[in-house]
Structure formats: structure tokens, C-alpha cells
Design a binder for this molecule. Structure first.
Ligand code: F6P
Length: 526
């Protein structure tokens, strides 16, 4: 039998099983198995995963594992780690895992070693960070640099910004970090009020170096620096890119360009020189710990059988909810203020990777793929949208993330943890009440991810877990998680509309709505 026939058969079995599961409440699953709260958990070196509050039994997991096997998950994991060109639409390998590999690992693409260049680039990052931190690197007026501004967007912004924010307590020295991504000029104005041009380093971060927002912001800030009298821009503008011609054209010296490679996708790139703002903020040793945490997860993911493999298990549960329970969304709720930007980061990781409707053979899929990813920090979220989670009509699986210990006030932390556990408990068990307004149906699934404290290593492990979960989802849905053609059309149309707004080009065949909106703009800007 071919794998696709196998998959079809298992899908039918899952469908029949789903019908039976619809009559079972999570509360009953807990009642019938007093050890459920331990049986469906896993301790990894840096993370503890409790998936017991999900609507599943051993039979569910057994069928899902069969589905993973028929989807050739283990073979595909091997293919990714060994540099096969699994990004088939772009004919590229997918090797963000090589960015956190040990120096003695052997990984090649087309018979070329890639571990050597990765570690050479890491050495360059380390040396650069040292010159900033020991104040030997100076700006145009001979003052040391104390402010870093990352100019980038998407994967060249969200990952480093989230990590720098999350690891603020690890910051080295009296440095400050800013991230400019939006093309909205207000962001630049705010930045300009907050920084001293003489002590600021701009990192123009763009894999392609042709992203309009990044280049426009970088040009504007370059002009601003010149207006301040900066007569040596090379001391204040460095770049991270795969496009050396473009960085050269922008005026950045070759030795001030940090490299990345086409086998690193933007949303998987924070481990490369795209993570330079992280190393600058928290120091190179902590950056290395972040990489070590991710490597730890890579080891688990590449060496553990699927039945114990956490990214695989979580992706299978996602598949179960999307394709049988019709889940349209998935919420990620960190009870950890340090992770307040994590849901934004995950939105790009999951939705840009798996928000697709054509399979690897170019056929339109007849099943749901990636649900909408959203969320924000608890407890604030309890006072905004939790009403819907408890009593609304949508089925919303949730990931709760929470540290077991925290520096700072014990009372606050115990309250934080209590609230997190109370939410997952109440969503799961509900509460009967004859007054429908006060009735909680429960049976709302969630996974709880615990860690002892958010260290660089823990965070590395956590991010890598989500990266691998994304990849496995794509395998189950048979889609390529590593391209993003869906962002291109809007970019292309914006070029013409911009020219139209500027009056340098008239586009004839515009729809009447866009035409009308353009004329309103023109009227209000005459
Ligand atoms: O527009 C989407 C995208 O291509 C993302 O995939 C990427 O992370 C982002 O733009 C930024 O791209 P670049 O690093 O090439 O500027």
C-alpha cells in the first residue's frame, strides 16, 4: 500500500475515533485515570510538557503515531538534519539546526562543509561584540557605542526583538536596544527622540537586502546621521545579509557585513548573525547558551522515537484539532511577562510557514491547514478575551507557558502561577450551573509548558521546540513550510500604488475601490 493510501485509511480511522471521542468529556478522562496528570507528560532537560488536558486517549495517540509514520516524519527529520533540499519550491536545504551545531559535526550541502563557515561567522560576531563591550569600537566623534538599533522586519526583527526583550535581565553593561521595523515614520520619530547619534550603531538586517521597509528606514536614518554631521557612516552602519552587492551599494564596508546563507529561512534565522542584536544585548556567552538550548532540543527531536518526541506529539495534537475538531485558531498564552512578545514571534513562525493551501505535489488540499495563531501574556488576557475562551462558541486549543521559579517577589509569582493553573483547570473541567449564564461547559483543551526559569538556554530550547513543531505540522499536511510566496503579491501591487500616490505613474486598470481610496488620499494631501 502506498503512503498516501495508508494516510487515507488512517484518516478514516481517526474520523471514526473522533466520533466516539465527541461523547467523552476531559473531566471523565481525568476521573477514569487518576494518573493522567502524569501519564501524559514529558520531562525534557529544560522543559516540562503536560499535554494531559488535551482531548485524547492512548487510542488517539496510537492512531496519530501511525499517521506520523505514514507521513514519513522520521525520514523527513533525517532529511532536514542532513541537508537534503527539502524546501522543494526554492530548491534549498533547510539547516537552521546547523547554526547551533557543535563545531565537530559534519554537515554538507552539495559536498561543501557548512559547519566551518557557521563557526567562523560566530567567531566574527564574538570579536565584534567584544569590541563594543570593551569600548574599543568608537563612533565618528570617538565616543563608545551604547545603543543598538536593529533595522529589519519579519524574521529579521521578530525573533531578535522577542529574545532581547525576554532576556532583558541578562543585559550586559549600560547598553540599550531598539528595533525599527514598520515603515510608519512615527516609529523613526520616536527613535530619534530616544537616541544619541554619536553613540548609536545601526544594524541593517535583511537577508535579501531588498525589503522596502528596511531599506527605506535605513536610508532615512542614514540621512539623519549625515544631518547630525556624521562624516564616517561606516562606523555607525553595519549589515546582516546574504546579498553583498546590495550592502555594498548601500555603502556598508564588506568587513562590516555579517553573513547568512540561503539555507536559513528568515523566520528561522535568529541563531545566525540575525541574532547579532541578541549577542550585543546579553553578551556572546549568553548567546551561546541560547544556541546550546536549541541544540539540546535538536538532539531530542532528531534522536527520539516519535512516540516520545515532543515536537512530533504536539504537532500531531495540532493536526487532531485542526482536521477533526475544526479548530480555526490556537492561542499561546505565556504567564511570563518576559515572553510577552512570544505570541507575535510565533504568529510569523507558524502562519508564514504553514498558512498554505497547496500540497507538495501542487494540488489544492481538501483539508484545513494552519489555524490562526494569536495570544498575549497572562494574567492580562484573563481580563480581556478569556470570557470567549470559557463561554464562547469557538474551539480554541491553548498553550500555556509558565516558569516554576522566578527572581523577584514570591507572592507575585505564586499568584501568577495560581492563575495560570486555575485557567487550564477551569477550561478543562468546567462547572455545571442551572443558570446558563453561569454554566461552564469545560472540555476546552490546553497544553502546559513549564520551565524552571527563563534562562538563555531554556529560551533556546523552547523556540527550537516550536520550530520543529512547525516543520512536523507541514509534514502532516504535506505542505512546504519553508517558502512564503503568499507575501509577494501585496508587495508587488504596493510598488505601483506608491507610484500612483506620488503621481509618477497612473495605473489604468485599478478596481473602483482602490481608485477611490487613492483619490481620497490625493485630496487630503494637496
Ligand atoms: O515578507 C516576508 C519576508 O520575506 C519574511 O519571510 C522575512 O522574514 C521578511 O520578509 C524579511 O526579509 P528580509 O530579511 O529579506 O528583509
Amino acid at each position: 500500500m502506498t503512503p498516501s493510501n495508508d494516510k487515507q485509511l488512517i484518516r478514516e480511522q481517526l474520523s471514526a475515533h473522533f466520533k466516539a471521542m465527541q461523547n467523552i468529556h476531559l473531566r471523565d478522562l481525568f476521573m477514569h485515570d487518576p494518573h493522567r496528570g502524569k501519564n501524559y507528560t514529558q520531562q525534557l532537560p529544560s522543559l516540562y510538557i503536560d499535554f494531559s488536558k488535551n482531548i485524547l486517549t492512548n487510542e488517539t495517540l496510537g492512531l496519530l503515531f501511525k499517521f506520523a509514520t505514514a507521513s514519513q516524519v522520521e525520514e523527513s527529520i533525517r532529511a532536514m538534519f542532513t541537508g537534503e533540499k527539502i524546501n522543494i519550491t526554492e530548491n534549498r536545504a533547510v539547516l537552521h539546526t546547523a547554526l547551533r551545531s557543535n563545531v565537530d559535526q559534519e554537515i554538507e550541502i552539495d559536498n561543501n562543509d557548512i559547519v566551518g563557515p557557521v563557526h567562523a561567522e560566530l567567531k566574527k560576531i564574538k570579536q565584534f561584540v567584544t569590541t563594543i563591550h570593551d569600548k574599543s569600537y568608537r563612533g565618528w566623534t570617538n565616543k563608545p557605542i551604547d545603543t543598538f538599533v536593529n533595522i529589519g522586519i519579519g524574521g529579521s526583527d521578530l525573533g531578535p526583538k522577542m529574545v532581547v526583550d525576554a532576556l532583558e535581565k541578562y543585559r550586559q553593561g549600560e547598553t540599550r536596544s531598539f528595533f525599527i521595523s514598520n515603515i510608519d515614520y512615527q516609529a523613526i520619530e520616536f527613535l530619534q527622540k530616544s537616541i544619541n547619534p554619536e553613540t548609536t550603531l545601526f544594524i541593517v538586517s535583511s537577508k535579501s537586502f531588498n525589503t522596502i521597509e528596511t531599506l527605506t528606514n535605513a536610508e532615512t536614518l542614514k540621512t539623519w546621521m549625515q544631518q547630525f554631521g556624521c562624516d564616517d557612516l561606516s562606523k555607525h552602519f553595519i549589515a546582516v545579509s546574504n546579498n553583498l552587492d546590495a550592502t555594498n551599494e548601500f555603502g556598508i564596508k564588506a568587513e562590516n557585513v555579517f553573513r547568512l546563507w540561503d539555507w536559513v529561512g528568515g523566520r528561522f534565522s535568529l541563531w545566525s548573525a540575525i541574532g547579532l542584536p541578541i549577542a550585543l544585548a546579553i553578551g556572546f556567552d549568553n548567546f551561546e547558551d541560547l544556541l546550546a538550548g536549541a541544540h539540546e532540543m535538536d538532539e531530542h527531536f532528531s534522536k527520539t522515537p516519535i512516540e516520545k518526541n515532543i515536537p512530533v506529539i504536539l504537532a500531531l495534537i495540532d493536526y487532531w484539532y485542526s482536521n477533526f475538531f475544526d479548530a480555526e485558531t490556537h492561542a499561546f498564552i505565556p504567564y511570563d511577562e518576559s515572553l510577552k512578545l512570544f505570541p507575535d514571534y510565533l504568529s510569523q513562525l507558524f502562519m508564514e510557514s504553514n498558512g498554505k493551501s497547496f500540497d507538495l505535489n501542487g494540488h489544492r488540499v481538501d483539508y484545513k491547514t494552519m489555524p490562526i495563531v494569536w495570544g498575549s501574556a497572562g494574567t492580562n488576557s484573563q481580563h480581556s478575551y478569556f470570557q470567549l475562551l470559557h463561554q464562547g462558541t469557538h474551539f480554541v486549543p491553548i498553550d500555556f507557558l509558565v516558569p516554576l521559579s522566578k527572581r523577584g517577589d514570591k507572592k507575585h509569582h505564586a499568584q501568577l502561577l495560581a492563575n495560570c493553573l486555575a485557567q487550564s483547570q477551569s477550561l478543562m473541567q468546567g462547572e455545571n450551573n442551572s443558570d446558563p449564564n453561569k454554566h461552564f461547559s469545560g472540555n476546552k483543551p490546553s497544553t502546559t509548558i513549564l520551565y524552571s526559569e527563563l534562562t538563555p538556554k531554556t529560551l533556546g530550547s523552547l523556540i527550537a521546540m516550536y520550530e520543529h513543531r512547525t516543520f512536523v505540522q507541514g509534514l502532516l499536511w504535506q505542505i512546504n513550510s519553508f517558502d512564503q510566496y503568499g507575501v509577494e503579491l501585496g508587495k508587488k501591487l504596493a510598488v505601483d500604488i506608491y507610484k500612483n500616490l506620488q503621481g509618477t505613474k497612473t495605473v489604468e486598470d485599478l478596481d473602483s475601490s482602490t481608485q477611490n481610496l487613492i483619490s481620497l488620499y490625493k485630496q487630503s494631501n494637496t
